[in-house]
Ligand binder design. Structure first.
Ligand code: COA
Length: 255
């Protein structure tokens, strides 16, 4: 993992370029820990997650690590991944933007889908090829791809195990924007800057309310009512509304 902090922004690079940034158990633990620390850092208002090297965002879970696992180990691998990294990122109060700079396959696309926003370069190739290996997506792919691209598209992508281009991913709603490789980080920073001007307290409430609608057993509308009400007790709400009345820019602290 490489972490760089610039003002209110953290940029995290998954750094195993010779293995196309494949996610092994140690990388998942390390990335989970780094993300937790960043989420607790009140100076950081947005995170960009990307892959080192020119070739890959993340080319999947590490096949060489798990290919001899049995049923029990397979289940533990999936559950730990969900808990330690994928759900953790999705539930972070600090927004995470995936900058997809190359192959995002299997666990790599699942990682990008657990982020709040995705931007892909024209070089990106995305897919969930697990069924070609005799396994299925195990880090949330069967659920999050259908949420983002619709069930029919998700079925086709997962069952054919084929890769899609960045243009197709935009058309499917899987990524928000596509750029040249050299403009990818700039585009992500532009989005991050717009996010950073807003109330961190309100942003984390908005994420929680939006996520609730996609979590089984939770009522998204109820969560929205709860988080909306909660906003009225924050310093950010006082500052944002007072700044509006006083015709000045707000200075949010996230409290
Ligand atoms: N797990 C473990 N190692 C991986 C990997 C993965 N998911 N993806 C790539 N690598 C490793 C390769 O084994 C190779 O390592 P080596 O040099 O020690 O042999 C290195 O990364 C470079 O990959 P290589 O296959 O030589 O690059 P390529 O340009 O020919 O092909 C891909 C690129 C992405 C098409 C190909 O690596 C691939 O199909 N990877 C697996 C994708 C996948 O099925 N992901 C889902 C896993 S559940």
């Amino acid at each position: 993992m490489l972490v760089e902090k610039e003002d209110n922004l953290a940029i995290v690079w998954i750094n195993r370029p010779d293995q196309l940034n494949a996610l092994n158990i140690d990388t998942i633990d390390e990335l989970g820990k780094a993300m937790r620390e960043i989420d607790e850092d009140k100076n950081i208002r947005c995170v960009i997650l990307t892959g080192s090297g020119e070739k890959a965002f993340v080319a999947g879970a590490d096949i060489k690590e798990f290919y001899q696992f049995d049923v029990e180990k397979g289940k533990i691998l999936s559950r730990n991944g969900h808990e330690k990294l994928f759900n953790l990122i999705e539930q972070m109060g600090t927004p995470v933007i995936a900058a997809i700079n190359g192959f995002a396959l299997g666990g790599g696309l699942e990682l990008a889908m657990s982020c709040h926003i995705r931007v892909a370069s024209h070089k990106a190739k995305m897919g969930l090829p697990e069924v070609s290996l005799g396994v299925i997506p195990g880090y949330g792919g069967t659920q999050r791809l259908a949420q983002l691209a619709g069930k029919g598209r998700a079925m086709e992508i997962i069952l054919t195990a084929q890769m899609i281009t960045s243009d197709e991913a935009v058309e499917y709603g899987l990524v928000n924007h596509t750029t040249t490789q050299s403009e990818l980080l700039e585009k992500c920073k532009e989005i991050a800057n717009k996010i950073s001007r807003n109330s961190p307290a309100a942003i984390s409430s908005a994420i929680a309310a939006m996520n609730a609608g996609f979590s089984s057993g939770k009522d998204g509308f109820e969560k929205e009512i709860e988080e909306f009400g909660k906003s009225f007790g924050t310093k950010d709400f006082k500052e944002g509304t007072t700044a509006f009345v006083e015709k000045r820019k707000p200075n949010f602290t996230g409290e």
